[in-house]
Design a protein around this ligand. Structure first.
Ligand SMILES: O=c1ccn([C@@H]2O[C@H](COP(=O)(O)OP(=O)(O)O[C@H]3O[C@H](CO)[C@@H](O)[C@H](O)[C@H]3O)[C@@H](O)[C@H]2O)c(=O)[nH]1
Ligand SMILES: [Mn+2]
Length: 725
């Protein structure tokens, strides 16, 4: 299943020069289509505000015509702190964005940019650079201080207002800087939010039109465009009586809100822990969308996920290169890669569930049963289908804001097509794969876009527990999809055969773990007294096994050569598959069984990007594992294999004279198996060593000690049983 979809691998490269030639006019204007950029955040603690704001800054500074690009931040925490941080960010952007444009800065996320040692200068004003750089750096440090102070400022301000106005009731109100009450009803949002308490946000949208003249500080931006794209803050009105459908719900709310404002033909969405690393990325995706051959039937362009906080040796296989650079790219020759959740550009109408041009009927019904009851929204859908777009968003009036509040609220989804055939799909732990599947199922294709300088970059959990939680969610979501109407065997009318195989593989792979787990546990047979079972008459079987394993690795080798990934990536992938197969995948299978029996879904928890307190060590998280039940099977496998080696040594000493040559070779093969498992589980062994893993040599001492202890124990018991006989 894994190999078949790689039958027709095709690499594609965006041609940026051709795009420029065709769409950028000599007078500096452009005819490129509009893009609405969505960022989702859900928790100001687990998803640090600084990252989110860096993401926003990188979007605002991206190289795309300002009047054709808008940025929407969806804040599911509804926290005033996020809103005020966004206002600060908008202010800082008036300096940062022109600075990036003038000096051709890369990347355009300040936190990552200022970390660079000596960035290469490619701009056209080198004489100003030193001065500009240091003053922007200074301003950025000040901006960060502002972000840090927001929290205490809000609580001080709110305390002051609340003590003044206690007679009016709510002593726990949160107050904005302009003396109005924040519609969220808490100061420290996260505490209550985490307990799952949902608050109805009344006045949830505020527009800041930043297209005006920027404050230019003392820098010379005379020949630089200082305009900024539109920036919008959205927090959905939530109500305990409706399911707010997490990330997919947030994205759909953004989809509707943006339809009323900019209604761009294209959408791109980012998790708040990702940023644009290559300012040309939006243009690159556009190359595929506007391509004269297949552009019109391309629904989405997915970029690989890249991470810049991963430890140099990538202990937990976070880079996932084999998947991103091999498996996904290979699908390009079929119907295209699947949607991976972040860094993906969509055609708006494809998300609306409209058919691709070759299957489209002339009279598409745009009704409230499918899209909800907002008249302005329904009009925007018809416009989108006819590819009309208002470049100038309507003026922000009371009625517009009221209408937007209505369409962003979770209740607007109720009894409509939203989350089923319209927008991002609901009721599953991994909305991404299913959303892509639905779109492919209508006959659309997708493209994979890789760039020399990585387009986007994000944060990966380098803590084993978090990493495995993420894997449980992905594999659990896959299984949920298998047991739903979106099962690749029955769903998706217009999916091509091999593409279907690929989706099938993506949904059933966690089940293979059960066999792997059993297999990895088989050495416990060694612990059974006397006869060594694993050594028995498997010769022919072993030959078959070796041939198959060899073939898998030869194919793997060809694949990584083609995809341009390294042996280390390949090896980490193998190791992590073993670790996952003995922990996260069985856990997901178990979840699924429980789910099928009790109808309870997998609990969606935002992956924590918060790092451990140790600020001296960038990779402190590596050594900070939390014990969770799913780690038990992996530990048992590790112990079984360490034990088996010890017992084998003990037996060898006792039976040395009595064993035949054949018995000895079998015992040696058994040992090979154990060592192989241990090598695969090496990253896990490091993880359970915690801080000691900073000196992995300790393992070289610990392991022989463990072997010797087991060896002596088994020798003794065997000698005793021999003497009884
Ligand atoms: O109620 C919610 C919950 C989450 N999110 C956002 O959803 C995104 C993804 O959540 P995260 O916990 O970071 O998931 P990861 O495990 O890091 O995400 C990977 O896996 C997910 C499920 O497959 C995909 O959606 C993601 O894009 C992909 O990066 C984040 O931006 C969150 O802010 C919301 O907006 N509202
Ligand atoms: Mn993420």
């Amino acid at each position: 299943l894994n190999q078949l979809p790689k039958f027709n691998p095709v690499k594609t490269i965006p041609d940026m020069v051709a795009l420029k030639r065709q769409y950028d006019l000599p007078d500096g204007t452009s005819t490129l289509p509009g893009i609405d950029v969505f960022v989702t955040t859900a928790d100001p603690i687990d998803e640090p505000i600084l990252y989110t704001m860096n993401c926003v800054l990188s979007i605002l500074a991206s190289d795309y015509p300002v009047d054709r690009c808008a940025c929407y931040l969806s804040d599911d925490s509804g926290a005033l702190i996020q809103y005020e941080a966004l206002v600060e960010t908008a202010k800082f952007a008036t300096l940062w964005v022109p600075f990036c444009r003038k000096h051709c800065i890369e990347p355009r996320a300040p936190e990552s940019y200022f970390e660079l040692e000596a960035p290469l200068y490619t701009g056209s004003a080198p004489e100003d650079f030193k001065n500009d750089h240091s003053s922007v750096h200074r301003e950025y440090d000040e901006f960060k201080e502002h972000l840090d102070s927001i929290s205490s400022a809000i609580s001080k301000r709110s305390d002051a207002y609340n003590s003044m106005k206690t007679e009016e009731g709510d002593a726990k109100a949160t107050w904005m800087a302009n003396g109005t009450q924040w519609p969220g009803s808490w100061i420290d949002t996260t505490e209550i939010h985490r307990k799952g308490h949902h608050v109805v946000l009344g006045h949830s949208i505020r527009g800041h039109n930043l297209g005006s003249q920027a404050s230019t500080n003392n820098l010379n931006f005379a020949s630089t465009d200082v305009r900024l794209p539109m920036l919008v803050y959205i927090s959905r009105g939530k109500n305990p009586s409706y399911d707010h459908n997490k990330k997919a719900g947030a994205l759909n709310a953004q989809l509707r809100a943006s339809a009323l404002l900019s209604n761009a033909q294209f959408i791109i969405n980012f998790d708040c822990d990702h940023y644009i690393n290559n300012s040309q990325a939006l243009r690159a995706a556009m190359c595929f969308m506007l391509d004269q051959r297949q552009g019109d039937s391309t629904a989405f362009v997915q970029f690989p996920q890249r991470f810049d906080n991963v430890d140099p040796s990538d202990r937990y296989g976070n880079h996932n290169r084999v998947f991103f650079d091999g498996t996904m790219l290979a699908l390009n020759g079929l119907q295209g890669p699947s949607y991976l959740g972040t860094g993906c550009m969509f055609r708006r109408i494809a998300l609306y569930g409209i058919d691709p041009p070759e299957w489209r009927h002339d009279n598409i019904v745009v009704d409230d049963k499918r899209f909800g009851s907002s008249i302005p929204f329904l009009e925007s859908v018809s416009k989108a289908i006819n590819q009309e777009r208002s470049t100038i968003p309507p003026p922000i009036s009371e009625t517009l804001v009221a209408e937007m509040e209505r369409v962003v609220s979770a209740s607007h989804d109720k009894a409509t097509g939203w989350g089923k055939g319209v927008g991002y799909i609901y009721d599953i732990a991994t909305e991404d794969i299913v959303t892509g599947f639905r779109i492919h199922g209508q006959g659309w294709r997708s493209m994979y876009c890789t760039m020399e300088r990585d387009a986007f970059c994000g944060i990966a959990p380098i803590n084993l527990t978090e990493r495995l939680h993420q894997i449980v969610r992905w594999s659990g979501g896959s299984l949920e999809m298998f047991f739903s109407l979106n099962n690749p065997l029955i769903g998706g009318r217009r999916i091509q055969a091999l593409q279907r195989v690929s989706y099938l593989n993506m949904t059933v792979y966690p089940v293979t773990s059960l066999f792997i787990l059993l297999y990895a546990l088989s050495p416990v047979m060694w612990l059974i007294p006397d006869e060594v079972y694993i050594q028995r008459p498997f010769t022919k079987y072993v030959v078959f096994l070796l041939v198959i394993i060899l073939m898998i690795h030869v194919i793997g080798w060809l694949e990584i050569k083609w995809a341009g990934v390294t042996w280390l990536d390949y090896w980490r992938n193998e190791q992590f598959f073993m670790i996952g197969s003995t922990s996260a995948y069985p856990a997901a299978v178990l979840h699924m069984v429980v789910n099928l029996l009790t109808k309870k879904g997998i609990h969606f928890r935002v992956t924590s990007k918060q790092t451990a307190a140790d600020t001296n060590d960038k990779f402190a998280d590596l050594y900070d594992m939390r014990w969770v039940p799913m780690l038990i099977p992996t530990t048992v496998v590790l112990i079984a294999n360490v034990g088996a080696i010890g017992v084998a040594m003990g037996k060898t000493i006792v039976y040395m004279g009595a064993w035949t040559i054949a018995q000895k070779t079998h015992a040696a093969l058994g040992l090979l198996f154990n060592v192989w498992i241990m090598v695969l589980l090496y990253p896990f062994a490091l993880a359970i060593m915690g801080r000691w893993a900073k000196r992995p040599v300790i393992l070289l001492v610990l392991l022989p000690v463990a072997f010797t202890i087991v060896c002596l124990a088994s020798r003794r018991s065997r000698m005793q049983s021999l003497s009884y006989k």
